[in-house]
Write a protein that binds this ligand. Structure first.
Ligand SMILES: Cc1cc2nc3c(=O)[nH]c(=O)nc-3n(C[C@H](O)[C@H](O)[C@H](O)COP(=O)(O)OP(=O)(O)OC[C@H]3O[C@@H](n4cnc5c(N)ncnc54)[C@H](O)[C@@H]3O)c2cc1C
Length: 315
């Protein structure tokens, strides 16, 4: 077994310190397997809230020394091999309702971007087609200011709801969200529970055609059906990360079971039994080579969480 891939187990018992909830606590849950990379360690406790009120109960009652973070669909996350201490809250189907009223769309943070795009298609609303090409949840899209084909979530969002570390629910307007390129200024520990978005009346057949074109473009540009975390690095101002990576000679570069996609150089792929350390070390080697060839410092877009295995690697 790859030394880096050795999984650490957390001592059982954290659950007994957590507040009673209606949802589910799972100790030592295989978190890495729940991400698109399908590798990485466990989490001390995975919490699947039953609904928004349950999430609020949890955050109100959680001891302040227990860290928490959030998992959407895990399409932009690398879980390090040593696992994640504390609690990971999974925004699953329990908080994923989608309601369309006129031109307004309200979606729970666990709703899939694709399902929101489909709801708009069915309601003949245009402007949200780009969401059909992003494989995540609305909560993940808010946190990352996800975007594609010239639009970002910031362009369609009018309001959002988030619960802070103390369990207080906040109603946020667009200015409170402080969106920037692949980021949002809402404090890190806050958990999005919903977004309100605005579409425009459109022609259903044109909306359907745009969504089909998006799928075609994705199939042409990106590796499909692979274990990846999407774009690894953010584009530096005025530059394309994939171009810098290609120019630095990294296309197809391998480290253990991790590889730079031949099709899209900014995508790293788990080609078999990659550990999270293989993927992270490959990313760091790319950063070093790009720095050497262009003087540009690439910044990680993929969110890395948790501890390295056996104290090895990790930025
Ligand atoms: C094949 C592929 C293609 C992709 N294409 C694109 C693209 O075109 N454009 C683009 O922008 N991205 C793209 N991505 C990246 C990814 O899909 C987006 O960043 C997406 O918005 C992440 O959503 P998620 O639910 O999977 O979040 P996760 O990956 O689970 O989490 C990402 C971050 O959001 C936080 N988060 C998740 N949910 C919440 C919540 N409810 N409240 C607070 N924080 C939360 C997490 O803690 C983490 O920091 C792609 C990824 C893949 C694998």
């Amino acid at each position: 077994m790859n030394q880096n891939a050795m999984k650490k187990s957390f001592d059982d018992g954290l659950t007994s310190r957590l507040p009673p909830v209606r949802g589910v606590y799972s100790e030592n849950a295989a978190l890495g397997e729940k991400t698109w990379f399908r590798t990485g360690g466990t989490v001390e406790v995975l919490f699947d809230p039953a609904d928004k009120e349950d999430l609020i109960t949890f955050l109100k009652g959680k001891p302040s020394d227990v860290p928490h973070t959030v998992l959407g669909l895990g399409s932009n996350i690398l879980v390090r091999d040593g696992g994640v201490p504390g609690v990971v809250i999974r925004m699953g189907t329990a908080i994923s309702e989608i309601e369309v009223t006129g031109t307004q769309i309200r979606a729970g943070a666990g709703a899939f971007d694709y399902n929101v795009a489909m709801a708009c298609f069915k309601a003949s609303l245009t402007g949200l087609e780009f969401l059909s090409g992003i494989p995540g949840t609305i909560g993940g899209a808010l946190r990352m200011n996800a975007g594609a084909f010239g639009r970002e979530i910031k362009d369609i969002t009018t309001a959002a709801e988030a619960v802070d570390e103390t369990g207080t629910l906040h109603h946020l307007n667009i200015n409170d969200l402080v969106f920037d390129y692949r980021s949002c200024g809402v404090p890190k520990g806050w958990v999005f529970t919903a977004a309100t978005m605005e579409g425009e009346p459109g022609d259903i057949s044109e909306i359907g055609k745009r969504m089909a074109d998006i799928q075609t473009a994705r199939n042409e540009d990106q590796p499909r059906g692979t274990r990846t975390g999407g774009s690894t690095f953010v584009n530096p101002p005025g530059k394309k990360a994939w171009q810098l990576i290609d120019d630095a000679g990294c296309r197809g570069l391998k480290k253990g079971g991790a590889m730079v996609s031949e099709k899209h150089c900014n995508f790293l792929i788990n080609i078999g039994d990659a550990s999270a350390a293989d993927i992270e070390q490959l990313g760091e080697e790319i950063r070093e080579r790009v720095r050497a060839s262009s003087g540009i410092e690439l910044e990680w877009e993929i969110r890395r969480m948790g501890l390295p295995a056996n104290g090895e690697t990790g930025a």
